[in-house]
Design a protein around this ligand. Structure first.
Ligand code: IMP
Length: 430
């Protein structure tokens, strides 16, 4: 079977976790390919709801094998606390159920301290990172001084590399950022202990996945963050430090380009982002409050990893078309349609204006958005509560028109629409 890739088509938090949950029920392997514990997927097992940041949420299905790919950065403390949390709800993770690429990189307390120090130094220009050490870990990778997971298999080499890593970080922290140094001895011990625990999980995941695809198993690549946070294709510099797009899945898992089947883009039916950076269709006032929710429910627009209120706005189809282009999306999944219920009129951002020019595409990519004003098309809203809708015919005409207009402006089909936070609250569109 070809590889299906599920990718966020906006700035992350599109509801990918729920879609993974649905698709993973049919999958043999679910693989994460980018980022680290900056991601946050809410998972429900029985009566319990909790958050996974690192382990692919698909592993809650007992028949699936989870993969952490070479494109990832892994904080072992988070990894083992998630394995423990899953065990408490009866989901046993062991090396038969989780494989970690030897080429993934490690996040250490030095990366966490540097992330904090860098953000403090940026002051009002801060990126608004999740402070999980993501940027500094990828910086070390690119500078070719990173700590690869595979080194954990050689305790002498790992000990040496770790010591050097912490000593260099301490020098940076104290001289560049006037931050306190780390106490190296206890964290060295802690990481050597992690190495012992992690060793049986460390594999060549590229080989595992290639064989699985060859053997007609169902393999799902689970994207984290979103297209507009991609290091190359996002709203640079307000991006994360990894390749979040569909092509990142191939590189971040060590797969050849010929293996791809569906590329499923998940988008909310409006727009949100956390952290700084441009957001042309951003709203404030009563409509923003309506879209954001009060924060009382786990599905309201407050960050899963940081708890920060998310910025909200109208769906931006210029950016969504861009996401379709850079990912090669074959289809769309539209989430949180129920949140639009009760609004008199909806707006879709269909183009941008700069002085006398109207642009239907991004002339200079998403990094240079500040100067543009969105051009909106207004569409009548609907008042009915749609949370009980399970088929196209259950949706009010105005909701159907909204979906059809998005399809028309995008040129790709909308396959699924979510109408509530529960597992069964989906409308599949034939
Ligand atoms: P970092 O990935 O922690 O370096 O953060 C860089 C930017 O990406 C910040 O604006 C974060 O808020 C954003 N970001 C990182 N991970 C996620 C995510 O999973 N969802 C939404 N935004 C994210």
């Amino acid at each position: 079977m070809p590889l299906d890739i599920l990718v966020g088509a906006q700035w992350g938090d599109e509801g990918k976790g729920r879609m993974v949950d649905l698709l993973a029920a049919q999958a043999d392997l679910v693989a994460r390919y980018c980022g680290g514990d900056n991601a946050g997927h809410t998972v429900t097992v029985g009566e319990q709801t909790f958050k996974l940041h690192l382990i692919p949420s698909g592993v809650i299905h007992p028949h699936t094998v989870g993969i952490l790919g070479s494109g990832m950065v892994i904080n072992p403390a988070v990894l083992f606390s998630e394995i423990e949390a899953l065990a408490q709800v009866g989901v046993e993770i062991h090396p038969e159920r989780l494989q970690i690429s030897y080429a993934a990189h490690l996040i250490t307390p030095a990366h966490l301290a540097l992330d904090r120090a860098l953000e403090q130094q940026r002051g009002t220009d801060k990126i608004g990172t999740t402070l999980r050490g993501i940027g500094p870990a990828y910086t070390d990778k690119v500078a070719r001084r990173g700590l690869r997971v595979g080194t954990m298999l050689n305790s002498q080499a790992f000990h040496q590399e770790l010591r050097q890593h912490f000593e260099e970080a301490n020098q940076l922290l104290t001289t560049m950022y006037s931050a306190p140094p780390l106490d190296i001895a206890p964290i060295l011990e802690e990481y050597l202990e992690y190495a012992r625990h992690m060793a049986p999980y460390i594999k060549d995941v590229s080989a595992t996945l290639t064989k699985a695809i060859h053997d007609h198993q169902v393999v799902l690549a689970e994207g984290a963050q979103g297209t507009l946070l991609d290091l190359d294709h996002g709203t640079y510099p307000f991006v994360t430090s990894s390749s979040t797009t569909a092509s990142g899945a191939l590189n971040g898992l060590g797969l050849g380009v010929g293996c791809v089947g569906r590329v499923i883009g998940v988008t909310k039916s409006f727009q949100t982002r956390v952290g700084s950076g441009p957001f042309p269709t951003e709203l404030d006032g009563p409509i923003a409050e309506h879209l954001r929710g009060t924060g009382e429910n786990p599905w309201d627009e407050y960050g899963t990893t940081t708890g920060r209120p998310r910025r909200v706005g109208w769906l931006d189809l210029v950016l969504l078309r861009y996401a379709a282009r850079v990912n090669g999306l074959t289809e769309l999944v539209l989430t949180k349609m129920d949140v639009l219920s009760g609004l008199e009129t909806l707006s879709l951002g269909i183009a941008y204006r700069l002085e006398d020019h109207v642009y239907e595409d991004l002339p200079l990519g998403p990094g240079a958005l500040d100067a543009f004003q969105p051009v909106y098309e207004e569409i009548p809203g609907w008042q009915a509560d749609i949370r009980d809708a399970r088929s196209w015919d259950d949706l009010p005409d105005a909701a159907c028109d909204y979906i059809l207009r998005i399809e028309e402006l995008m040129g790709i089909p909308v396959r699924m629409v979510s109408v509530g936070p529960e597992r069964e609250q989906w409308v599949e569109i034939a």
